[in-house]
Structure formats: structure tokens, C-alpha cells
Design a protein around this ligand. Structure first.
Ligand code: NAP
Ligand code: ZN
Ligand code: ZN
Length: 351
């Protein structure tokens, strides 16, 4: 066991404060990662504040959030073959799964029939709580780590481990590419990665944001068009326009307005996690063969594919680097949509 410095929420109502956790001694297939950077995903806030208690098996406090982990391999177990000391690696939203069920065999570990062991706020197969990346280090089976291309800066690459894969997967799954019109709803952490990735895949990209205040950024990130959803004109002008709309917003929306923006056979894919039910009228879906779907992160194989794609196209996140002592302030700013476009914690500040 090694004592590791971290930041934790002690309850759903308390701010994050310094905490100490035990990381296991490395097993044969484990790698020990010196965590350099960890992104702040909106999901960290949802969970640290107990907002997903109804949907998850349990909410475990003290909670050390963080599932956008980028670091350097510091030690390896005797049977590790994929990595060596000094390699740049990442850990995303989960650190284990059963490895034998139908979905694990298909490289879709996020849907494991037995248990996808989330990186934090979960229990491993020994029923011990897992702790995330707001910490100095993590020990993980090499199968559940991914390689970060050397040309990507580790700090800006960290958000690829969740925001990147969460957008890459549906963009690929629903065929974003040349000739396809893709809309990204919400220009936050997930949304800005969606713009970069869809643009690199060759799709025509439109941002649908609450206002035009980030329009110049949106265009710089790769958007061809930018509209404000606060302007009712947007919903008349763009009727029947998009092949794919990816919604990254967790707030309640007027969902039927977005369905009406889809072409025949178009899909509205939900990745932002709304609290409330999604009320959709049947007729606008049926009359144009439209679909509404969800999408959850991505498996290890696809996460590696996404990182290699980002390495090839030189894509990383636009970040604001903060010391861990500013994490509570950063949470408040994320809640106000005041983030350009992902906060990343510099774990050197914990030492
Ligand atoms: P974020 O950085 O806070 O971005 C969300 C964006 O939503 C904001 O930047 C804002 O964009 C827009 N927004 C915020 N409040 C709004 C409101 N009241 N009405 C309309 N738009 C609003 O969050 P994130 O880290 O990208 O995460 C977004 C959601 O995805 C969270 O619910 C998170 O839990 C979820 N998530 C899902 C998965 C998955 O696998 N499906 C993975 C990771 C995260 P504009 O200012 O441009 O409007
Ligand atoms: Zn996340
Ligand atoms: Zn499984």
C-alpha cells in the first residue's frame, strides 16, 4: 500500500479538501502512474454533489473525483507488456470490468454485464472504493490504460480521456464525415472537443450555443456555423438541416425543437446527462424517420483509436490549468458555463 495525497469531498454538501488515500501495491499486470494532470469533467461535479444518487448503485464518500487522468508510468508489474517506465499514459472513466462478458469481448467495457469499475465513486472487485485522479498517483491494470501520443502535451491531452472519447464515439458511430452536417449543442468541455473532432473528420460543423458570446472561439475551434439557441429564428432557419445533433447540455431543453432540426433519418444523440425526463413528441420522429439515442463514453480500444486520431491531427483540449487548491472555485465557474474550455488540475500543486 502506498499513501497518496489527494483532494476529496467528504459529503455531497462539502467542498473538496486535502485527503490521503491508499493505492494498492502493483500486481503482475499493473502499472503505477505518476499523475501529472487531471481534467475537471462536469460529471465530477454531478457526482461529488450526489446528483446521480438515484441512478447509481451507491454514492461513496469520501469521494476523490477525476477521470481525465494523464501521467507518466513510474513502475510496472512483472508481467506488464504494453508499457514501460517513462511512457505517457492516460486513464479514463473506468479501471476494470469482468473481461469475459459479451460486451467486454467486443471492446465495449463501458457496458460490462457484470460491473464496469468506474475510476471513482465505485467499488472494485474486492469491494474496495475506487478513487480518481485528483491525486498524486494511481495503480491500474495495463489493459485499462491507454497510450497518449508523445506529440500531445500531457496537460491538454488529459480531457481527451473523457470529453474526447465521449464525443469521438458518437461522431464515429453516426458516421460524421465529409458531406454530413453535424450540430454540437453546448460549447463547454465536451462540446469544444466535439467541434474539433467533427471538423477533423471532415463534417460540416455547427455550434448551437445559448448566446453568440463564444462565436469567435467556436469558429477558431473548427465550426463552420454558429447560432444562438436563445434566438427563436435559429429554430426556424435550421429546420430539417442536420444529419446528427449531439447534445452535451445537462440542463432541460425544449427537445422537440431540436428534433425538428433533423433531416430524414437524422439522429439526436444525448450525451449530457439531464436530471429530468426527455419529453419527445412521436409525430415529428415518425414522419421523418428520425431517432433519438444516448451514448456513453467509449471502450478502451476506441479510446486508444481516438488518442491516435488526435495525435495524427494534433488535437488536444483548450484548457485553463489550475492548482488543486482552486478546484472548488473551478467547480463554481463550470456551473456558470464560465470555462474556456476545460479546467485541468496541475497535480504538481499537491506535492
Ligand atoms: P460543461 O463544460 O459545463 O459544458 C456544458 C455546456 O452546456 C456549457 O458550456 C453551456 O454551453 C451549456 N449549458 C450550460 N447550462 C445550460 C443551460 N441552462 N441551457 C442550455 N445550455 C446550457 O460540461 P461538460 O463537462 O461538457 O459535460 C456536459 C454533460 O455531459 C454533463 O452532464 C456531464 O455529466 C455529461 N457527460 C456525459 C458523458 C457520457 O458518456 N455521455 C461523459 C462525460 C460527461 P453554451 O454556453 O455554449 O450554451
Ligand atoms: Zn467525464
Ligand atoms: Zn464484462
Amino acid at each position: 500500500m502506498s499513501q497518496t495525497k489527494a483532494y476529496a469531498a467528504q459529503t455531497a454538501k462539502s467542498p473538496l479538501t486535502p485527503f490521503s488515500i491508499d493505492r494498492r501495491d502493483p500486481r503482475e499486470h499493473d502499472i503505477v502512474i505518476d499523475i501529472k494532470f487531471c481534467g475537471i469533467c462536469h460529471s465530477d461535479i454531478h457526482q461529488a454533489r450526489g446528483e446521480w444518487s438515484a441512478a447509481m448503485p451507491e454514492t461513496i464518500f469520501p469521494m476523490v473525483p477525476g477521470h481525465e487522468i494523464a501521467g507518466i508510468v513510474k513502475a510496472v508489474g512483472s508481467k506488464v507488456s504494453k508499457y514501460k517506465v517513462g511512457d505517457h499514459v492516460g486513464v479514463g472513466c473506468f479501471v476494470d470490468s469482468c473481461r469475459t462478458c459479451e460486451y467486454c469481448k467486443r471492446d465495449l467495457e463501458q457496458f460490462c454485464n457484470v460491473r464496469t469499475v468506474l475510476t471513482y465513486n465505485a467499488r472494485d472487485f474486492e469491494e474496495k472504493p475506487t478513487y480518481g485522479g485528483y491525486s498524486q498517483g494511481i495503480v491500474v491494470d495495463e489493459k485499462y490504460a491507454v497510450r497518449i501520443p508523445d506529440n500531445l502535451p500531457l496537460d491538454a491531452a488529459a480531457p481527451l480521456l473523457c470529453a474526447g472519447i465521449t464525443l469521438y464515439s458518437p461522431l464515429r458511430n453516426w458516421g460524421a464525415g465529409p458531406g454530413k452536417k453535424v450540430a454540437i449543442v453546448g460549447l463547454g468541455g465536451l462540446g469544444h472537443m466535439g467541434v474539433k473532432l467533427a471538423h477533423a473528420m471532415g463534417a460540416e460543423v455547427t455550434v448551437l450555443s445559448q448566446s453568440l458570446s463564444k462565436q469567435a472561439d467556436g469558429k477558431r475551434l473548427g465550426a463552420d456555423h454558429y447560432y444562438a439557441t436563445s434566438d427563436p429564428e435559429t429554430f426556424t432557419k435550421l429546420q430539417g438541416y442536420f444529419d446528427l445533433i449531439i447534445n452535451t447540455v445537462s440542463a432541460a431543453l425544449d427537445w422537440n425543437q431540436y428534433v425538428n432540426l433533423l433531416r430524414v433519418d437524422g439522429s439526436l444523440v444525448v450525451v449530457g446527462v439531464p436530471d429530468d425526463a426527455i419529453p419527445i413528441q412521436g409525430f415529428p420522429l415518425i414522419a421523418r424517420n428520425r431517432s433519438i439515442a444516448g451514448s456513453s463514453i467509449g471502450g478502451i480500444k476506441e479510446t486508444q483509436e481516438m488518442l491516435d486520431f488526435c495525435g495524427k491531427h494534433n488535437i488536444a483540449s483548450d484548457i485553463e490549468l489550475i492548482p488543486i487548491q482552486k478546484v472548488n472555485e473551478a467547480y463554481e465557474r463550470v456551473l456558470k458555463s464560465d470555462v474556456r474550455y476545460r479546467f485541468v488540475i496541475d497535480l504538481a500543486s499537491l506535492r
